[in-house]
Design a protein around this ligand. Structure first.
Ligand code: SF4
Length: 125
């Protein structure tokens, strides 16, 4: 009788193990796949993209005010048609919907609008 119980217990345990063995690769594959995707995103961001860049520059930020940063160059007569996308300090990073954004040397760790402009605009070489 005890042998029968042990056998039953053994098969129950094997059933659980086999179930786990069948599920584990799918779960672990998902984890590793997500890690690989995150690494690929970091790589494709390019050398000009900072790992900490993420949030947009606030136009009310003291530095933004000091350099008269605007998110739309057309709202600044001083731009004379120039914008971040043509500035030497700008590096394209990603799209936010239909809006291109990128890093700017002046605003470390932040993103500027490609159509933005500030008084430090410098023609891209
Ligand atoms: S320095 Fe250039 S890229 Fe940066 S905010 Fe000013 S115009 Fe835009």
């Amino acid at each position: 009788m005890e042998n029968k119980m042990n056998r039953r217990g053994f098969f129950a345990a094997m059933g659980k193990f086999m179930g786990l063995a069948a599920v584990a690769p799918a779960v672990l594959g998902g984890v590793f796949s997500n890690q690989a995707n995150a690494q690929e995103k970091r790589r494709s961001a390019g050398p000009g993209a900072s790992a900490v860049a993420g949030s947009m520059v606030d136009v009310n930020d003291p530095i933004a005010k000091a350099v008269k940063y605007v998110e739309d160059f057309q709202k600044s007569p001083a731009s004379k048609g120039n914008k971040c996308a043509t500035c030497g300090f700008y590096a394209k990073k990603e799209m936010h919907g239909a809006t291109e954004v990128g890093t700017c040397t002046i605003f470390a760790g932040k993103l500027v609008n490609a159509n933005g402009f500030c008084a430090s605009w410098n023609k891209k070489a």
